[in-house]
Write a protein that binds this ligand. Sequence first.
Ligand SMILES: Nc1nc2c(ncn2[C@@H]2O[C@H](COP(=O)(O)OP(=O)(O)OP(=O)(O)O)[C@@H](O)[C@H]2O)c(=O)[nH]1
Ligand SMILES: [Mg+2]
Length: 220
Amino acid sequence: MIPILVALILVVFTYVLLKQLSGKVKGNTLIMVGIEGSGKTALYAQLVAGKEVQTQTSITENTSQITNPPLKVVDVPGNARLRGEIFTKYAKNVCGVVVVVDSADFVDKVRECSEVLYEVLLNSDVQKSKCPVLLFCNKQDEDMSRGPDPIRSAMERELTTLNNTAVNALSDDSGSQRMLGPANETIKLEKLTNKVTSVGGVSVGGDTDISSLKSWITAL
Ligand SMILES: Nc1nc2c(ncn2[C@@H]2O[C@H](COP(=O)(O)OP(=O)(O)OP(=O)(O)O)[C@@H](O)[C@H]2O)c(=O)[nH]1
Ligand SMILES: [Mg+2]
């Protein structure tokens, strides 16, 4: 009886220890995503080099190591054919995701922007890591720009629609978890496992201000 009990305790102890250890293996990669032209490469250049760069539509990722805090930063091209594959490649070590939004062009692109956020939040590595997500509402210097709060609310509404569409599409499917929440429920970002924060900023010109990104990063 006693040897069985000891063996049982050992098994439970090992399980708990392994669980704890696996929970502590934290990724070190900060991934920037968003639709084309939202300003990811401009923001990336400000973050990793502190300077403005002339950009063109990215066709491959940019990666850099920063030291404070020590992170690998990845700027994923917005091109819809490249985005998913490149994001997946780096998501294994993710510790944070920055979803960059063009706040001036947001009204026309709300669906596209929300699809990016939806894919990020459904990514299995993002979910496993429970990493925080930053909605960086870029181009706040432009006259027509929307603020981070209305952008967040509009995206919640779109996520709800996307989720309901996915639920309906999967009604015949057997068990694939491709939904953010149950059918016909409003998606509330604050209720998700990944903490989503929305901030504003500017990545080029005299009004450049990425302080909101920098302070979010220090908490990673
Ligand atoms: N006014 C303004 N323009 C910006 C800002 N950030 C970026 N831009 C401009 O937006 C355009 C697109 O910026 P990029 O950084 O190339 O955009 P991207 O998201 O990397 O685009 P892809 O690589 O195609 O996915 C450029 O002309 C930038 O100068 C900003 O904060 N304010
Ligand atoms: Mg780019």
